[in-house]
Write a protein that binds this ligand. Structure first.
Ligand code: HPA
Ligand code: ZN
Length: 324
Protein backbone atom coordinates (compact mmCIF):
# COMPACT_ATOMS: atom_id res chain seq x y z
CA UNK A 1 0.00 0.00 0.00
CA UNK A 2 2.82 2.43 0.86
CA UNK A 3 4.26 1.93 -2.66
CA UNK A 4 0.85 2.71 -4.12
CA UNK A 5 0.61 5.86 -1.97
CA UNK A 6 4.13 6.97 -2.87
CA UNK A 7 3.30 6.82 -6.58
CA UNK A 8 0.06 8.82 -6.38
CA UNK A 9 0.52 12.35 -7.73
CA UNK A 10 -0.61 14.72 -4.98
CA UNK A 11 -1.35 18.36 -4.27
CA UNK A 12 -1.01 19.77 -0.77
CA UNK A 13 -3.55 22.46 0.14
CA UNK A 14 -3.02 22.90 3.89
CA UNK A 15 0.55 23.56 4.91
CA UNK A 16 1.90 26.32 7.13
CA UNK A 17 5.44 27.15 6.01
CA UNK A 18 6.34 28.06 9.62
CA UNK A 19 5.05 24.60 10.57
CA UNK A 20 7.55 22.92 8.24
CA UNK A 21 10.46 24.36 10.26
CA UNK A 22 12.51 21.28 11.19
CA UNK A 23 14.60 21.53 14.38
CA UNK A 24 17.89 21.00 12.47
CA UNK A 25 17.20 24.01 10.24
CA UNK A 26 15.99 25.97 13.30
CA UNK A 27 19.39 25.41 14.95
CA UNK A 28 21.30 26.32 11.77
CA UNK A 29 19.36 29.57 11.32
CA UNK A 30 19.53 30.44 15.03
CA UNK A 31 23.33 30.06 14.86
CA UNK A 32 23.53 32.17 11.69
CA UNK A 33 21.41 34.90 13.31
CA UNK A 34 23.15 34.63 16.68
CA UNK A 35 19.83 33.95 18.39
CA UNK A 36 19.62 31.77 21.53
CA UNK A 37 17.13 28.90 21.62
CA UNK A 38 16.28 27.18 24.89
CA UNK A 39 17.22 23.65 23.72
CA UNK A 40 20.53 21.84 23.31
CA UNK A 41 19.69 19.51 20.42
CA UNK A 42 17.15 18.72 17.72
CA UNK A 43 16.15 15.63 19.75
CA UNK A 44 15.45 17.81 22.78
CA UNK A 45 13.28 20.09 20.62
CA UNK A 46 11.32 17.09 19.26
CA UNK A 47 10.84 15.75 22.78
CA UNK A 48 9.10 19.04 23.67
CA UNK A 49 6.53 18.51 20.91
CA UNK A 50 3.72 17.07 23.06
CA UNK A 51 0.49 18.97 22.86
CA UNK A 52 -2.81 18.69 24.70
CA UNK A 53 -4.60 21.07 22.35
CA UNK A 54 -4.16 23.69 19.60
CA UNK A 55 -2.99 26.48 21.95
CA UNK A 56 -0.24 24.28 23.44
CA UNK A 57 1.11 23.78 19.94
CA UNK A 58 0.73 27.42 18.87
CA UNK A 59 2.85 28.64 21.80
CA UNK A 60 5.78 26.47 20.63
CA UNK A 61 5.16 27.14 16.93
CA UNK A 62 5.38 30.95 17.39
CA UNK A 63 8.51 30.57 19.57
CA UNK A 64 10.20 28.51 16.82
CA UNK A 65 9.31 31.03 14.11
CA UNK A 66 10.96 33.82 16.10
CA UNK A 67 14.46 32.83 14.87
CA UNK A 68 13.45 33.73 11.28
CA UNK A 69 14.84 37.19 10.55
CA UNK A 70 16.40 37.55 7.09
CA UNK A 71 15.11 36.99 3.55
CA UNK A 72 17.51 34.05 3.28
CA UNK A 73 15.86 32.41 6.31
CA UNK A 74 12.43 32.46 4.67
CA UNK A 75 14.00 31.21 1.44
CA UNK A 76 15.70 28.28 3.21
CA UNK A 77 12.51 27.37 5.11
CA UNK A 78 10.41 27.31 1.93
CA UNK A 79 13.01 25.47 -0.15
CA UNK A 80 13.40 22.76 2.48
CA UNK A 81 9.63 22.17 2.46
CA UNK A 82 9.45 21.93 -1.35
CA UNK A 83 12.35 19.49 -1.43
CA UNK A 84 10.65 17.27 1.15
CA UNK A 85 7.27 17.51 -0.59
CA UNK A 86 8.83 16.49 -3.93
CA UNK A 87 10.02 13.26 -2.29
CA UNK A 88 6.32 12.42 -1.59
CA UNK A 89 5.39 13.03 -5.24
CA UNK A 90 3.66 16.30 -4.43
CA UNK A 91 3.22 18.18 -7.72
CA UNK A 92 1.35 21.29 -6.59
CA UNK A 93 1.19 23.17 -3.26
CA UNK A 94 -0.94 25.97 -1.85
CA UNK A 95 0.93 27.10 1.25
CA UNK A 96 0.12 29.44 4.13
CA UNK A 97 2.39 31.94 5.73
CA UNK A 98 1.54 34.11 8.76
CA UNK A 99 2.93 37.62 8.05
CA UNK A 100 1.89 39.00 11.46
CA UNK A 101 4.06 36.43 13.27
CA UNK A 102 7.03 38.18 11.67
CA UNK A 103 5.98 41.80 11.17
CA UNK A 104 4.95 42.04 14.84
CA UNK A 105 8.60 41.21 15.70
CA UNK A 106 9.88 43.95 13.40
CA UNK A 107 10.69 41.82 10.35
CA UNK A 108 9.54 43.76 7.26
CA UNK A 109 6.70 42.25 5.22
CA UNK A 110 8.93 42.54 2.14
CA UNK A 111 11.66 40.37 3.70
CA UNK A 112 9.17 37.57 4.37
CA UNK A 113 7.34 37.85 1.05
CA UNK A 114 10.55 38.06 -1.03
CA UNK A 115 12.26 35.07 0.59
CA UNK A 116 9.24 32.81 0.24
CA UNK A 117 8.48 33.98 -3.28
CA UNK A 118 12.03 33.42 -4.56
CA UNK A 119 12.02 29.87 -3.16
CA UNK A 120 8.66 29.09 -4.77
CA UNK A 121 9.84 30.40 -8.18
CA UNK A 122 13.14 28.51 -8.03
CA UNK A 123 11.39 25.43 -6.60
CA UNK A 124 9.12 25.20 -9.61
CA UNK A 125 12.20 24.82 -11.83
CA UNK A 126 14.23 22.62 -9.48
CA UNK A 127 11.52 20.29 -8.15
CA UNK A 128 8.77 20.65 -10.79
CA UNK A 129 6.27 21.72 -8.09
CA UNK A 130 3.83 24.49 -8.94
CA UNK A 131 2.84 26.71 -6.01
CA UNK A 132 0.31 29.23 -4.82
CA UNK A 133 0.72 31.35 -1.72
CA UNK A 134 -1.96 32.05 0.90
CA UNK A 135 -1.59 35.02 3.22
CA UNK A 136 -3.08 33.96 6.52
CA UNK A 137 -4.40 36.31 9.20
CA UNK A 138 -3.93 35.46 12.89
CA UNK A 139 -7.41 35.29 14.39
CA UNK A 140 -6.27 35.98 17.97
CA UNK A 141 -5.28 39.50 16.83
CA UNK A 142 -7.82 42.27 16.11
CA UNK A 143 -9.32 42.76 12.66
CA UNK A 144 -7.45 46.10 12.38
CA UNK A 145 -4.17 44.19 12.43
CA UNK A 146 -5.44 41.97 9.58
CA UNK A 147 -6.41 45.13 7.65
CA UNK A 148 -2.91 46.58 8.20
CA UNK A 149 -1.44 43.31 6.88
CA UNK A 150 -3.65 43.38 3.78
CA UNK A 151 -2.47 46.96 3.19
CA UNK A 152 1.19 45.85 3.46
CA UNK A 153 0.46 43.09 0.94
CA UNK A 154 -0.93 45.52 -1.65
CA UNK A 155 2.31 45.96 -3.65
CA UNK A 156 2.60 42.15 -3.94
CA UNK A 157 -1.01 41.14 -4.55
CA UNK A 158 -0.16 39.25 -7.74
CA UNK A 159 1.88 36.81 -5.61
CA UNK A 160 -1.08 35.75 -3.46
CA UNK A 161 -3.87 33.41 -4.51
CA UNK A 162 -5.92 33.71 -1.34
CA UNK A 163 -6.17 34.90 2.23
CA UNK A 164 -6.69 32.50 5.13
CA UNK A 165 -7.48 32.56 8.83
CA UNK A 166 -5.56 30.55 11.41
CA UNK A 167 -4.30 30.48 15.05
CA UNK A 168 -6.50 30.11 18.18
CA UNK A 169 -9.99 29.24 16.96
CA UNK A 170 -12.28 29.11 20.01
CA UNK A 171 -13.30 32.62 21.08
CA UNK A 172 -12.34 34.09 17.68
CA UNK A 173 -15.25 33.28 15.36
CA UNK A 174 -14.99 33.92 11.61
CA UNK A 175 -17.41 36.90 11.74
CA UNK A 176 -14.71 38.88 13.59
CA UNK A 177 -13.00 39.12 10.15
CA UNK A 178 -16.06 39.78 7.96
CA UNK A 179 -14.88 43.17 6.69
CA UNK A 180 -11.27 42.26 5.95
CA UNK A 181 -12.36 39.11 4.09
CA UNK A 182 -14.78 41.21 2.01
CA UNK A 183 -11.90 43.59 1.20
CA UNK A 184 -9.68 40.66 0.18
CA UNK A 185 -12.43 39.35 -2.10
CA UNK A 186 -12.72 42.85 -3.62
CA UNK A 187 -8.96 42.75 -4.26
CA UNK A 188 -9.45 39.58 -6.33
CA UNK A 189 -8.23 37.03 -3.80
CA UNK A 190 -9.80 33.66 -2.98
CA UNK A 191 -10.82 33.05 0.63
CA UNK A 192 -10.14 30.12 2.94
CA UNK A 193 -10.43 29.77 6.72
CA UNK A 194 -9.62 27.25 9.42
CA UNK A 195 -13.02 26.27 10.84
CA UNK A 196 -14.34 23.36 12.85
CA UNK A 197 -10.92 22.15 14.02
CA UNK A 198 -11.67 22.89 17.69
CA UNK A 199 -14.48 25.37 17.07
CA UNK A 200 -18.15 24.31 16.81
CA UNK A 201 -20.17 23.72 13.60
CA UNK A 202 -21.56 27.28 14.01
CA UNK A 203 -18.08 28.61 13.12
CA UNK A 204 -18.16 26.62 9.87
CA UNK A 205 -21.62 28.06 9.05
CA UNK A 206 -20.22 31.55 9.71
CA UNK A 207 -17.18 30.95 7.53
CA UNK A 208 -19.55 29.94 4.72
CA UNK A 209 -22.32 32.51 5.18
CA UNK A 210 -20.46 35.54 6.53
CA UNK A 211 -16.93 35.20 5.12
CA UNK A 212 -18.12 33.37 1.97
CA UNK A 213 -15.04 31.16 1.84
CA UNK A 214 -14.03 29.07 -1.18
CA UNK A 215 -12.49 26.20 0.82
CA UNK A 216 -12.62 24.95 4.43
CA UNK A 217 -9.44 24.20 6.38
CA UNK A 218 -9.98 21.18 8.67
CA UNK A 219 -13.79 21.26 8.98
CA UNK A 220 -13.89 18.10 11.13
CA UNK A 221 -16.65 19.30 13.43
CA UNK A 222 -18.97 19.91 10.45
CA UNK A 223 -19.91 16.24 10.82
CA UNK A 224 -21.81 17.08 14.03
CA UNK A 225 -24.45 18.90 11.94
CA UNK A 226 -26.14 16.94 9.11
CA UNK A 227 -27.59 20.14 7.60
CA UNK A 228 -24.10 21.60 7.42
CA UNK A 229 -22.76 18.47 5.72
CA UNK A 230 -25.58 18.71 3.19
CA UNK A 231 -24.72 22.36 2.53
CA UNK A 232 -20.98 21.68 2.03
CA UNK A 233 -21.75 18.79 -0.33
CA UNK A 234 -24.25 20.91 -2.29
CA UNK A 235 -21.74 23.75 -2.67
CA UNK A 236 -18.98 21.33 -3.67
CA UNK A 237 -16.55 22.83 -1.16
CA UNK A 238 -13.27 21.10 -0.41
CA UNK A 239 -12.12 20.23 3.12
CA UNK A 240 -8.36 20.30 3.74
CA UNK A 241 -8.09 17.56 6.35
CA UNK A 242 -4.91 16.97 8.38
CA UNK A 243 -4.92 13.53 10.06
CA UNK A 244 -1.62 13.57 11.98
CA UNK A 245 -2.31 17.13 13.10
CA UNK A 246 -5.72 16.02 14.41
CA UNK A 247 -4.04 13.21 16.32
CA UNK A 248 -1.23 15.34 17.80
CA UNK A 249 -3.60 18.17 18.81
CA UNK A 250 -6.09 15.71 20.34
CA UNK A 251 -8.88 16.59 17.88
CA UNK A 252 -9.18 12.78 17.59
CA UNK A 253 -8.10 10.29 20.27
CA UNK A 254 -6.98 7.65 17.84
CA UNK A 255 -6.60 7.58 14.03
CA UNK A 256 -9.03 4.65 14.01
CA UNK A 257 -11.66 7.24 14.95
CA UNK A 258 -10.56 9.72 12.29
CA UNK A 259 -13.55 10.98 10.26
CA UNK A 260 -11.90 11.12 6.80
CA UNK A 261 -13.46 7.86 5.56
CA UNK A 262 -16.86 9.02 6.85
CA UNK A 263 -16.35 12.33 5.04
CA UNK A 264 -15.81 10.50 1.72
CA UNK A 265 -18.83 8.27 2.35
CA UNK A 266 -20.96 11.38 2.98
CA UNK A 267 -19.91 12.81 -0.39
CA UNK A 268 -17.60 15.49 1.01
CA UNK A 269 -14.56 16.42 -1.05
CA UNK A 270 -11.90 15.64 1.55
CA UNK A 271 -8.16 15.97 0.94
CA UNK A 272 -5.09 14.81 2.92
CA UNK A 273 -2.60 17.38 4.16
CA UNK A 274 0.21 17.74 6.71
CA UNK A 275 -0.60 21.15 8.33
CA UNK A 276 2.64 21.56 10.37
CA UNK A 277 4.70 18.48 9.48
CA UNK A 278 7.82 19.38 11.47
CA UNK A 279 5.69 19.44 14.64
CA UNK A 280 3.22 16.63 13.95
CA UNK A 281 5.59 13.89 12.82
CA UNK A 282 4.97 13.54 9.11
CA UNK A 283 4.63 15.06 5.66
CA UNK A 284 1.77 14.35 3.29
CA UNK A 285 2.96 10.83 2.39
CA UNK A 286 3.09 9.87 6.08
CA UNK A 287 -0.42 11.27 6.56
CA UNK A 288 -1.73 9.04 3.73
CA UNK A 289 0.12 6.03 5.17
CA UNK A 290 -1.22 6.64 8.67
CA UNK A 291 -4.87 6.80 7.61
CA UNK A 292 -4.47 3.85 5.24
CA UNK A 293 -3.13 1.79 8.18
CA UNK A 294 -5.84 2.91 10.63
CA UNK A 295 -8.99 2.98 8.48
CA UNK A 296 -10.64 0.62 5.95
CA UNK A 297 -9.71 2.84 2.98
CA UNK A 298 -9.64 1.17 -0.44
CA UNK A 299 -7.18 2.03 -3.20
CA UNK A 300 -10.09 3.79 -4.90
CA UNK A 301 -10.58 5.94 -1.75
CA UNK A 302 -6.89 6.86 -1.75
CA UNK A 303 -7.03 7.68 -5.45
CA UNK A 304 -10.10 9.85 -4.77
CA UNK A 305 -8.34 11.69 -1.91
CA UNK A 306 -5.36 12.46 -4.17
CA UNK A 307 -7.60 13.51 -7.10
CA UNK A 308 -9.62 15.71 -4.71
CA UNK A 309 -6.47 17.64 -3.86
CA UNK A 310 -6.12 18.80 -7.47
CA UNK A 311 -9.88 19.30 -7.93
CA UNK A 312 -10.00 21.43 -4.76
CA UNK A 313 -6.96 23.52 -5.67
CA UNK A 314 -7.03 27.04 -7.09
CA UNK A 315 -5.43 25.86 -10.35
CA UNK A 316 -7.34 26.65 -13.55
CA UNK A 317 -9.47 23.88 -15.08
CA UNK A 318 -6.86 23.37 -17.80
CA UNK A 319 -4.07 23.06 -15.19
CA UNK A 320 -6.17 20.65 -13.13
CA UNK A 321 -6.84 18.33 -16.03
CA UNK A 322 -3.12 18.28 -16.85
CA UNK A 323 -2.54 16.86 -13.34
CA UNK A 324 -5.42 14.40 -12.90
N1 HPA B 1 -4.84 25.54 13.37
C1 HPA B 1 -4.82 26.85 13.61
N2 HPA B 1 -3.75 27.60 13.43
C2 HPA B 1 -2.65 27.03 12.97
C3 HPA B 1 -2.60 25.68 12.69
C4 HPA B 1 -3.78 24.89 12.89
O1 HPA B 1 -3.85 23.67 12.68
N3 HPA B 1 -1.35 25.43 12.25
C5 HPA B 1 -0.68 26.59 12.25
N4 HPA B 1 -1.46 27.57 12.68
ZN1 ZN C 1 -3.58 24.66 9.70
Amino acid sequence: MDQFIAKLPKAELHLHLEGSFEPELMFAIARRNKVEIPYRSAEEVRAAYRFANLQDFLDIYYAGASVLLAEEDFFDLTRAYLKRAAADNVRHVEVFFDPQTHTDRGVPFKTVADGIWRALCEGEKEFGITAKLILSFLRHLPEESAFATLKQAEPYLDRFAAVGLDSSEVGHPPAKFARVFAAAREAGLKLVAHAGEEGPPEYVWEALDVLKIDRIDHGNRSLEDPRLVERIVKDGLTLTVCPLSNLKLCVVKDLKQHPIKRMLDLGLRATVNSDDPAFFGGYVGANFEAIAAALPLTREDLRTLAANSFAGSFLSDAEKSAHI
